[in-house]
Design a protein around this ligand. Structure first.
Ligand SMILES: [Zn+2]
Length: 202
């Protein structure tokens, strides 16, 4: 039987479908969108995809994504080198940078401990963090563990704190409470227990 859909169309739909969160329907829609628009539009996308791996690398110190190694944060002499904020993903660095409240360094784990997905501590950049702290030229005084406030994030934070147990190093966790406008009864137990233990005087 003759193939009705041209092979390049099928191929692109196939490639889009492999991306997280994109089903066959969305993959078709994206493909036909690009087909209907100018070739320039498609080529700009292709160029961006090409440059993604050509020009982006991981900083060998903090493992954030960057165009240079060390990254701009690690090579910034005005940053406080005695504080390291540990996050799960590069996007978390962006979120914290946007607050303009933090002037220390970062360490990107590239994931979280998740037994369900078969991700153990050795899959993350935790050993690299320990090594980094132990060999740092400037003494690291504090590690802010800014993993996400869910079960995996908490498990990861616990694991990290155990790696530094008994040392001089101060380990802190982001303060968290109940969301503004949220109902106490709908809060999950982790949020609620943290809100309780982190309570402050009125
Ligand atoms: Zn870096």
């Amino acid at each position: 039987m003759q193939q009705v859909t041209p092979a390049p169309v099928t191929k692109l739909i196939d490639e889009f479908s492999r991306l997280p969160g994109i089903g066959p329907k969305t993959a078709s829609r994206l493909t036909f969108y690009l087909l209907r628009h100018s070739a320039d539009r498609a080529l700009t996308l292709a160029q961006a995809l090409k440059e993604l791996h050509e020009k982006v690398l991981f900083c060998s110190t903090c493992f954030n994504i960057a165009e240079s190694d060390p990254c701009p944060v690690c090579s910034d002499e005005y940053r406080d080198r005695s504080v390291i904020c540990v996050v799960e993903e590069p996007l978390d660095v962006l979120a914290i940078e946007r607050t303009r409240e933090y002037h220390g360094l970062y360490h990107v784990l590239h994931g979280k401990i998740s037994p369900v997905e078969g991700i153990g501590p050795e899959e993350l950049k935790i050993a690299e963090l320990v090594e980094r702290v132990n060999t740092s030229e400037v003494e690291v005084r504090e590690i802010i563990v800014a993993t996400n406030p869910n079960l995996e994030g908490e498990a990861t934070a616990m694991y990290i704190s155990r790696q530094f147990a008994g040392g001089q190093l101060k380990l802190t966790r982001l303060a968290r409470g109940l969301p503004v406008g949220g109902d106490l009864e709908y809060a999950d137990e982790i949020t609620l227990s943290r809100a309780l233990s982190g309570r402050s005087e009125m």
